[in-house]
Ligand binder design. Structure first.
Ligand code: 13P
Length: 334
């Protein structure tokens, strides 16, 4: 495989394929396992991820890359095969989440800034040696009548740009992920407010990326869709697609090869329908998925932590992966 950043970035987002975000931190995966009554241990996390990554057919056909948490990057399957080798054998690219989480931002009540820049250059070199060819960093933007503040958007955008520069220097494609929350508190904002905040956030992010001399051809943008808050949720599929496309066209340079959306707490079918509607527009970039919950929820439930349910878990994962592949190609129908 080509090692050029622009070739890796294109491979991540073309042909209807998208990314499987399996990079839940140890705290987040515990919350997911709690929903099926499974204790989170190194072994149960390994078993769950091995089940997903051994969905060989589905990964080959629909998944271009897998975002891993650091533990998984160095973990071995039950038979001793490194999990990254299973991913590469299915022709998918291993990637790594490198931020260390969104932390309360001093002086900015109810807002966070994402940490993880200290020592990042050294960590990236280690991740590259372990096989990672792209990375992810998520900045979180809270929404209310008064939030976000300029200070928080700017701090998160600046950190995203510093991270992206370190990645490109390390020959790793940065996924730049500014998430405008739909499921944060109070979660009652309407579509117009989401559009306004997403536009503002993306404008500042691309300004920071330019100032940090990021090569746009060698990155992937992972935005949230423009969508009203989870406690309101009444905008239609068409309205979400229209607002999302309008904001992206206004703010994302066409030199960026691809946009891979996060699902952000949308119901899995909803995330597919929105992606499909967005791809109904004429767009200057490849537009696909980089879903966590929307790809995994049904699979986690079907698996339920039991070895005898591995095939059922894989079938559920393959189904959602196929639906999102069709949506990314613009050929999904209800
Ligand atoms: P969701 O699709 O569940 O939002 O997760 C994607 C992700 O990687 C969040 O950072």
């Amino acid at each position: 495989m080509s090692e050029r950043l622009e070739d890796i970035a294109v491979k991540m987002v073309t042909d209807g394929k998208g990314l499987l975000a399996a990079d839940e931190s140890t705290g987040t995966i515990k919350k997911r396992f709690d929903t099926i009554g499974l204790v989170s241990t190194e072994e149960s996390r390994r078993d769950y991820r091995e089940m997903l990554f051994r969905s060989d057919e589905a990964i080959k056909k629909y998944i271009s890359g897998v975002i891993l948490y650091e533990e998984t990057l160095f973990q071995k399957a039950a038979d001793g095969t490194p999990l990254v080798n299973i991913i590469s054998a299915a022709d998918a690219i291993p990637g790594i989440k490198v931020d260390t989480g969104a932390k309360p931002m001093a002086g900015f009540p109810s807002e966070t800034v994402t940490e993880g820049l200290d020592g990042l250059a050294d960590r990236l070199a280690k991740y590259y040696d372990a096989g990672a060819r792209f990375a992810k960093w998520r900045g979180v933007i809270a929404v209310s009548d008064k939030l976000p503040t300029f200070g928080s958007v700017k701090a998160n955008a600046h950190a995203l740009a510093r991270y992206a520069a370190l990645c490109q220097q390390a020959k790793i494609v940065p996924i730049v992920e500014p998430e405008v929350l739909m499921d944060g508190e109070p979660g009652t904002h309407d579509l117009a407010r989401s559009e306004e905040v997403t536009r503002w956030t993306l404008q500042i992010v691309f300004q920071e990326l330019a100032e940090a001399r990021i090569k746009l051809e060698g990155m992937v943008l992972k935005p949230s869709m423009v969508i009203d808050g989870k406690k309101l949720r009444k905008a239609s599929v068409e309205q979400v697609a229209e607002s999302t496309v309008r904001v992206l066209k206004e703010t994302v340079p066409s030199a960026v090869p691809g946009i891979a959306f996060l699902s952000g707490g949308q119901a899995p079918e909803e995330a597919t329908a929105h992606l499909s509607a967005i791809n109904g527009y004429d767009l200057p970039w490849h537009v696909t998925f980089s879903y966590g919950r929307a790809l995994q929820d049904a699979s986690l439930k079907a698996w339920g932590g039991r070895a005898e349910n591995v095939a059922a878990g894989q079938r559920a994962f393959a189904h959602r992966a196929e639906m999102n592949y069709l949506a990314a190609k613009g050929s999904w129908t209800k």
